[in-house]
Every structure is written in structure tokens, then in C-alpha cells.
Design a protein around this ligand. Structure first.
Ligand code: FAD
Length: 342
């Protein structure tokens, strides 16, 4: 689709400028996807030559406004109050709507988390505007069309669809965690923090969060810093015990290829790849995993990849920073024993 074609059909959106990112937090801790979205948003903002903005809602979350600046935001809108401690659709969406109405960003980005999906959906419905869910690629056409090119897998992951929002502003998207890279944190970076009021303050809100129970012991691959993943080379359920032992020693989590999930050896919440989670840990072990493209798209962004495979020609070695050719049943216990000594 050419820019000319786009221009023909587009209303005048010149009052909408800037990229706005939702900084999602719980109990004062930001979700990693927020910083990753600032990384993605920065590229869009630079291309459009506009500021990168962020907004933080919560109770006692000033430090997150600073963090957003360290991760690339030029201006951060901060809305705080004890009534905003837990996410609730009505107050959070009213604050966000007011922010959008007053500051008119042309692009709004949210993490494709439970909260991000709920908030973005509520806003898109209310405005109304288009919302592309679960994007894995974000780009923008330069001026004058300034169209957000939001791409995501479609038709059972067999093709990528690029979705445009030509008739409404802002253009909105949610993005999967782990897909985009955060900028390096720069505590010297300066930006503007703008305090905003809660338009629902004092209002009776129909819902109340009585208790939030943090699930413990469950898998959260997107936030994990170390992942020890196993593939069909393990041969069954039982050898996953070896991976769990190593993961526990390192303070990491166990991942898996789809082959293992399909075989029923491990639950889908452990699956890394195109139809599983996209992860970006500091350290990723690929053990008995061949390196099919559907797996590597989900882990190639890891800082350090260690592959263990008995086939020296396995494609996974093309992605690995360190490769060990050999039998996983000898190598994994040896690594665990070594880690235990330290
Ligand atoms: P294999 O390809 O069978 O590799 C096993 C490896 O183990 C081999 O390289 C072998 O040399 C090695 N090995 C065997 N024994 C040992 C030993 N004792 N010691 C050391 N190494 C050993 N896959 C995903 O992982 N995630 C996805 O999200 C995903 N989504 C998909 C979506 C679609 C639409 C499709 C079509 C496929 C998808 N797949 C996905 C499947 C993907 O194509 C591969 O089939 C899968 O990743 C292979 O898993 P694997 O590497 O564990 O198994």
C-alpha cells in the first residue's frame, strides 16, 4: 500500500503527535514489557520526530516515572493515589482516556498482558479507535501518512499480517513481552514528569480489589532471567527433573520446545517459541533442542545462549554463544554439580 493511497483516504490528524507507552506495574514493580515497549516506542518516535511519552498509574510509584525516563521516555505522566494501588478497569481507563484527550498521542502501546489487554480494549472501545492485539513487529510510515504498521502472526501463525488504522486516532497496539528490546538503562538521562489528577477520585467505583494473591511456584517465563529449556532429546517426562535441578540451582525456570509439550511431557506454560512464549532472559539453555525456526524466534533475543546437543550440525548451534556437543544426560548433571560447588 503506497503512502499516496493512504493519504487520499486519511482525515487531518495533525493535532495528534507523539508516542505514548503504558508502564504497567504491580506493587511498585514494573513489568519488563513496559521497558521493552519504550525501546520499541523510541524507534517509532525518532522516525516520526516526536517525543516518546509514558504514563504510570498506581500508589507511591514516583520511582517508576524516573525509571521510564532512564529507559527512554522524554515525558512521563504520573497519576497516583491509594485508590489506584490495584488495577481496576474504570479508574485506570478514565485516567488514560483523559490523558489521550488532552495530549493527543498518535500512537499508544500496551503490553499484551492481562492488564494491558483489558485497559487497551476498554480505551479503544470507548474512543473508539482501532487496536491491534499481540503485535510482534512495529514500524511506522514517515510523514505525511504517519501510519503505524502493526504486524502479528495470522492464520495459525502461517503468515504475518500488517494491520493499519487509517480512520481513527490514536493508533493502538498491544505487544507480546520479550519480543522488543529495552534500551540500556541510563540513570543520567533527563526528562519531564507531569503529575496528572485522577478524574474518578472520590467516586464510588463498583469494583473493589479485596485481595490480590500472588501465585508462587508457577511459571513466568517472560520475567525469568535464566531459562533452562529442554527438547525432544530428553526423551520423556522424567529427564525434565535434571533440568529442574539445574534451573533451581541457578534461580531460573524450566522451558521447553513444542515437541515436549505436544508429547505431554510438560505443560504449555513452559513452551518457548512462535506458539509459546517469546523470552529474552540473560541466560538461555537449549538442551536437546534442534533449533527449528518456530523455536528460535522465541528465544534468539536472549543475552547468552548455551546449546547442548549430540548432533554437531544441529541448527541451534548457529544461535548459540556457547555450544556443547555431547550427550545431555552426561553434560547436564556435570554442570549442575559444578554450579552446586560455587
Ligand atoms: P527435535 O527437532 O526432534 O530435536 C531434538 C534434538 O535433540 C535433536 O537436535 C537431537 O540431536 C537432540 N538430541 C537427542 N538426544 C540427545 C541427547 N541425548 N543429548 C543431546 N542432544 C540430543 N516449536 C517450538 O519449540 N515452539 C513453538 O512455539 C513452536 N510453534 C510451532 C508453530 C507451528 C505453526 C509449527 C508448524 C511448528 C511449531 N513448532 C514449535 C515445532 C517446531 O517446528 C519443531 O518441530 C520443534 O521445535 C522441535 O522440537 P525439538 O527441537 O525439541 O525436537
Amino acid at each position: 500500500m503506497s503512502t499516496e493511497q493512504n493519504n487520499e483516504q486519511m482525515p487531518d490528524w495533525s493535532q495528534y503527535r507523539g508516542v505514548l507507552v503504558f508502564v504497567e506495574q504491580r506493587s511498585g514493580t514494573a513489568k519488563k514489557v513496559s521497558w521493552q515497549l519504550l525501546g520499541a516506542g523510541k524507534k517509532l518516535a525518532d522516525k516520526l520526530e516526536v517525543p516518546l511519552m509514558a504514563f504510570v498509574i498506581g500508589d507511591q510509584v514516583d520511582h517508576l516515572a524516573d525509571e521510564a525516563i532512564y529507559y527512554g521516555a522524554d515525558r512521563v505522566f504520573l497519576c497516583q493515589g491509594p485508590e489506584l494501588q490495584d488495577y481496576r478497569t474504570r479508574p485506570y481507563s478514565r485516567i488514560t482516556l483523559k490523558l489521550i484527550e488532552e495530549h493527543k498521542p498518535e500512537i499508544c502501546l500496551f503490553g499484551a498482558t492481562g492488564t494491558g489487554r483489558d485497559l487497551a480494549g476498554a480505551i479503544a472501545t470507548h474512543l473508539p479507535t482501532g487496536l491491534t492485539a499481540d503485535t510482534t513487529e512495529l514500524d511506522v510510515e514517515p510523514h505525511p501518512s504517519r501510519l503505524l504498521l502493526a504486524s502479528r502472526p495470522a492464520f495459525s501463525e502461517k503468515m504475518m499480517a500488517t494491520i493499519l488504522c487509517k480512520q481513527y486516532r490514536p493508533q493502538m497496539a498491544t505487544a507480546r513481552a520479550g519480543v522488543f528490546q529495552a534500551l540500556p538503562r541510563d540513570p543520567e538521562r533527563k526528562g519531564e514528569i507531569v503529575l496528572i489528577a485522577n478524574p474518578t477520585e472520590g467516586e464510588q467505583i463498583a469494583t473493589e480489589v479485596v485481595n490480590f494473591i500472588e501465585q508462587t511456584g508457577t511459571v513466568n517465563l517472560e520475567e525469568a532471567e535464566i531459562i533452562v529449556s529442554g527438547g525432544r532429546g530428553l526423551g520423556g517426562i522424567e529427564p525434565f527433573r535434571l533440568l529442574k535441578e539445574l534451573a533451581d540451582e541457578l534461580g531460573g525456570q524450566v522451558g521447553a520446545s513444542r515437541a515436549c509439550v505436544d508429547a505431554g511431557w510438560i505443560a504449555h506454560e513452559h513452551q518457548v517459541g512462535q506458539t509459546g512464549y517469546t523470552v529474552r532472559p540473560k541466560l538461555y539453555f537449549a538442551i536437546g533442542i534442534s533449533g527449528a525456526v518456530q523455536h528460535t524466534v522465541g528465544m534468539a533475543g536472549s543475552d547468552v545462549i548455551i546449546a547442548i546437543n549430540k548432533d554437531e550440525n544441529a541448527p541451534i548451534f548457529q544461535f548459540a554463544h556457547y555450544g556443547i556437543v555431547g550427550d545431555l544426560f552426561q553434560i547436564v548433571p556435570a554442570i549442575t554439580a559444578e554450579v552446586k560447588k560455587r
